[in-house]
Design a protein around this ligand. Structure first.
Ligand code: ADP
Ligand code: MG
Length: 166
């Protein structure tokens, strides 16, 4: 793709990005619940941000909201790499943490193809390489200088689907 074209596409994506200040963990949990309310089988949700940014916290809230069980145990998949949940809607949700993966080939061993029939929520999606679903929702979390309890979130993708996001 020509550089100018790529730049134009990046500008369009940036212009349509949604930004939210998550003042505290409760706000992050509400964002997770709002996304859970609109997600469906075949969706991919990519969680970006450095260690401690809040990716697992957001994923946990999303899984709990989707399962209708606010006390569901949702461990970080940093060691198991993948954790699959059956949702009441009849679909599955697979929560990945790809930090420790090294090659796209490992995705097959982690059941990526089957998981994609349901919903996938992916921490460290940079590891997906060419397997990045083009129609994914990407959420980037970053720390807020001077406020350890807050995060900034930038949401890109799912044009038109996040209109009711609080
Ligand atoms: N607004 C916030 N949203 C999410 N996590 C927050 C927030 N404020 C503080 N935290 C804390 O930051 C840490 C985030 O950890 P975690 O969700 O495991 O991050 P990651 O998966 O990105 O490494 C948790 O200890 C959480 O309590
Ligand atoms: Mg994590």
């Amino acid at each position: 793709m020509r550089f100018a074209t790529r730049l134009a596409l990046e500008r369009m994506a940036a212009a349509s990005a949604l930004k939210r200040r998550l003042e505290d963990e409760g706000a992050t949990e509400r964002l997770g619940a709002a996304i859970a309310a609109v997600m469906r089988a075949g969706d991919a949700i990519l969680l970006r941000g450095s260690y401690g940014a809040g990716k697992t916290t957001l994923a946990r809230a999303l899984v709990r909201a989707a399962s209708g069980d606010p006390s569901l145990v949702v461990p970080s998949p940093s060691f198991t790499l993948a954790q699959t949940y059956s949702l009441p809607s009849g679909t599955t949700l697979t929560h990945y943490d790809l930090w420790r993966t090294e090659a796209v080939e490992e995705l097959a061993e982690l059941g990526w193809q089957d998981a994609r029939e349901g919903i996938v929520v992916v921490e460290w999606p940079e590891r997906l390489g060419i397997a990045v679903p083009p129609d994914a929702l990407s959420i980037t979390l970053s720390p807020v200088p001077g406020d350890p309890g807050a995060r900034d979130a930038v949401l890109e993708g799912w044009a038109g689907r996040l209109e009711d996001l609080p």
